[in-house]
Ligand binder design. Sequence first.
Ligand SMILES: [Zn+2]
Length: 333
Amino acid sequence: MNSDMGQQSEDRAVQVWTWDMLQAAALPMPHDNARGCIVAVHAHPDDEASKGAATIARYHDEGVTTVLVTCTGGEAGSVLNPLMQVPQGPSAIASVRREELIRSAQIIGYDHVILLGFRDSGLSPESTTDSARTFSGETFSQQHDEAVRRLMTVFRLFRPDVVITYPETQDDYPHPDHLQASAITRRAFDAVQDAGTGLSSAKPRTPAKLYEVLWPDANNHSASGTAHRTLSGSCGGGPTCCTQRTVEPTAKIEVTAHAGVVSLALLAHASQLTLDAQRSLAVPAPPTCGPLHDDYVLVRDYTGRNHVTGNDNDVESDLFSGCRPRGAVPAQG
Ligand SMILES: [Zn+2]
């Protein structure tokens, strides 16, 4: 890659890549960060803020290369902020949401933002005017292979140690684009393993671990859950609300020092927030009685280590455990 191939965003170093830019990049990326690389695959702009943001902030501070893949442009999102005048039409909304996404990524600490280039399907058929072209629309089965191919390219270029996506079943919030994001990530992860990197690098590498990020639980000390409860006031049990989990995490990442990025990153998505929601998020969260953490389930592990997960003694505290040795963690500050 030439460092000037991605679009450098202002005030903080985040490289923004469209699919066309990524295709033109030379293989492989030269960063090969000794401290590791993590790729998070999300469906829409703002998902990166509400799911696992504090984890990314922590790893970024530890020197890990952090990569965000956003599958769609969020074209079906409604503008909920009455103070924002956004012209009608998917491209106008996508333009606004792209800027919000970049700002959110800067706040969280993503080094790279990759716009995979698909269109938001919306939660209901009425929310999009062209369902055939959407990420999970009528013809997605034809686009599915293309989406997997693009994601494989991302994995080959950035050579992450760890990949994060959504659970395979998402009863709490079964948005079709979220289900597709999970499906293509699993397929791309497995396909890259099968095919190898296809690179002539001296250090070919495929992703070692695949995690599902869990939706906030009503009863745990979750960084995302704290912001969520601030936003909603209480757990109402609705489709977008935190609920009792049926799956136990196999990894709990302590993020107390970084939990503040969640509200700030959500606030960056101003078009998607009512004024009440913005006011709620702007109020600092009350102190918690214990450490905050983001929770994950390990669903693929190619590190070769022997381990068992499933009881409290085996819960991981580092998504990179078992991966190649990480360099010395730099001093924070
Ligand atoms: Zn979403």
